[in-house]
Design a protein. Structure first.
Length: 614
């Protein structure tokens, strides 16, 4: 395929936008849009390869797959294997977790893995070494499925191209509509999955389908449109803020269309022919692979706050990218494609096996316990029993119709309701233990990532619907049978104004029914999972500024709640507990959720506040 300077330029600005956005070097608030530009470029190139081959009767789908394998797999496998060694040596508490990421990335289904495991219980995504591979997985799935779809319309494309274009538009509309639909109820699905993002790549296909019609347009007009498109893209890269706008969304169509126009008009201007920019375009795939894991490494070691260290890690990313480009990407693996696939499969088997292996067989005893807590606790039977997961606790993935409302059935004896988010749920087993020999039953009404109020803020529709049902229907009907409400939430997850509004609601609501209320207090929060925090602090004496900021915020929130709620508020932060128990179990397994060993240490404090059961 003939080299196109505009494509190389777009690759360069895309990868630089993503890199600078991640490293917080520039004011590129919308640098994440670089991924969308990559999607459009990939869609254009794949459509051109497939449809040109179909037109010339020389497209072979297996050959297409082979070329995708040898283009994408080698550099990826090199990068993720390198960091497996780095993590094992430097941050062993993350090794088992990394093996899970490794296995999902090695065969390009990490987007599915992240979707299934994303949510309130996960560590912050910024500490995921291979988070960026979600986009590679989306592209790979596009490469696998797209040629099959186009081959279905092979005869139509060859005999009636206009009709084919209409069907092509139809597929784009279906994909775009699915993205909008999922945005209303399940944003992670529209972000991570293949089919709600396919329309972006298929827009690139439009650039190929209509490029012949563009030949008659005056070159000056083309240049003007291309320059306008570039300027507008730069504006989006600079000013679109992911915190204030859903992404992808209907706004995403703007940079997608602008990128499509640049590819469609195919003009060659001086701006596109800068040698440095061309070189960055050449190494863009490798640079995308290396930059993010190095950035995450800088986060763990708390050096990302200083410009010189960020520049150092960018420099390392560039060096490794250049080496990967010349020694791996430029090598022709066409005759060794079976070896490449075999290597990927072997690495998948090894990484998956290690991710399922007892940590004590891989790490030292102390590190193994920390790693096991950080990686496996949230999926363990202990966690399910502690939180009543997949039973009484309302998961973010549920809709109200999926939830068994019989879980809220009151007993004939006295009832206490545990109300709140996952921070309330983490005390479920402890409270059940306290009430075991009393005349009280515990009713659990907890839901992911949502303060217990009507029309609550939150990402998830199901939990909001659940609390609307609780307050509008369930409680007015049953309040006479309820002796006490125990509320708990991640209070410091809200800003002051919203927190005041939340507390005003619960205080006002239950006062109307004259139901006693107590609040289980704020607990600690960390920038990363506590087991890794403990390891880094113990072994490297790392002091993370973000942890200090979180500590300040939790204590400030705690002070406000104590003053506001008085004796109703159980101050958990003021309680001295063991952060690591005598058998080596940490009191938290992620950045803000207690293990059962952690929640049990507050048992006597909570008991002393439950005056009604004494």
């Amino acid at each position: 395929m003939k080299f196109r300077a505009d494509i190389s330029f777009l690759r360069a600005i895309s990868v630089l936008a993503v890199l600078l956005y991640h490293y917080k070097i520039s004011a590129l608030k919308g640098g994440f849009i670089g991924v969308d530009i990559f999607f459009v470029i990939s869609g254009y190139l794949m459509t051109k390869i497939i449809l040109t081959g179909i037109k010339n009767d020389n497209f072979h789908i297996l050959d297409f797959y082979k070329k995708r394998v040898i283009r994408i797999f080698p550099a990826l496998l090199c990068t993720i294997t390198f960091f497996a060694v780095v993590i094992y040596i430097l941050i062993p508490t993350q090794f088992i977790s990394y093996m899970k990421l490794f296995s999902s990335s090695s065969l390009f289904f990490s987007n599915i893995y992240y979707y299934l495991n994303s949510g309130y219980f996960d560590i912050s995504s910024q500490y995921n070494f291979l988070l960026h591979t979600w986009s590679l997985s989306v592209e790979w799935q596009f490469y696998m499925i797209y040629p099959i779809i186009l081959l279905v319309f092979k005869k139509m494309y060859k005999t009636n191209e206009n009709k084919f274009k209409l069907y092509f538009f139809g597929l784009i509309i279906i994909s775009f509509s699915s993205m909008l639909l999922h945005n209303t109820s399940n944003k992670p699905l529209s972000f991570y999955m293949f089919y709600p993002r396919a329309w972006e790549m298929m827009f690139g296909g439009l650039a190929f389908l209509f490029e012949k019609q563009m030949k008659s347009i005056n070159k000056n007009i083309k240049v003007a449109v291309v320059i306008f498109s570039l300027v507008t893209i730069v504006f989006f890269l600079s000013f679109v803020n992911e915190k204030s706008i859903a992404w992808p969304s209907n706004v995403t169509i703007i940079p997608v269309v602008l990128t499509t126009l640049i590819l469609l008009f195919n003009v060659d201007i001086k701006l596109f022919n800068n040698k440095i920019v061309k070189f960055i375009g050449d190494i863009s795939y490798s640079l995308y692979l290396w930059h993010w894991p190095f950035y995450v490494l800088s986060l763990y070691f708390a050096v990302n706050g200083r410009l010189r260290y960020r520049l150092t890690f960018i420099f390392l990313s560039l060096i490794f990218s250049i080496l990967t480009y010349y020694f791996i990407e430029k090598k022709n693996y066409y005759k060794q494609y079976k070896m490449v696939l075999g290597t990927a499969l072997v690495l998948f088997i090894i990484s998956f096996s290690l991710s399922q292996t007892n940590s004590e067989y891989i790490l030292t005893t102390d590190n193994a316990k920390l790693a096991d807590a950080a990686t496996n606790y949230k999926y363990s039977d202990d966690a399910y029993a502690q939180y009543s997961l997949f039973n009484k606790h309302f998961s973010a993935t549920y809709s109200l119709k999926d939830y068994n409302l019989a879980n809220l059935k009151l007993s004939d004896q006295k009832n206490i309701i545990l109300l709140g988010d996952s921070h309330a749920a983490m005390f479920s087993k402890t409270l059940k233990g306290l009430l075991k020999n009393s005349n009280y039953s515990l009713i659990q009404a907890t839901a992911d990532a949502t303060y217990p109020m009507t029309n609550a803020q939150g990402f998830y529709k199901g939990p909001k619907d659940f609390f609307n049902y609780f307050y509008n229907i369930y409680y007015p009907k049953n309040y006479k049978k309820i002796s006490l409400i125990v509320i708990c939430s991640n209070y410091s997850g809200y800003d002051k104004e919203d927190l005041i509004k939340n507390i005003n609601f619960t205080e006002g609501y239950f006062q109307k029914f004259q139901t006693p209320v107590i609040y289980l207090g704020q607990t600690d929060m960390y920038s990363m999972d506590y087991p890794t925090h403990y390891y880094l602090d113990t072994n490297y004496n790392i002091q993370n500024k973000e942890d200090n900021a979180l500590k300040y915020k939790t204590h400030k929130t705690n002070k406000y709640l104590k003053e506001r709620l008085g004796s109703k508020y159980i101050d958990l932060l003021g309680r001295k507990i063991l952060k690591i128990t005598q058998n080596g179990t940490p009191y938290m397994y992620d950045s803000n959720h207690l293990t059962y060993a952690g929640s049990e240490q507050y048992k006597s404090l909570i008991y002393n506040s439950l005056k009604c059961i004494k």
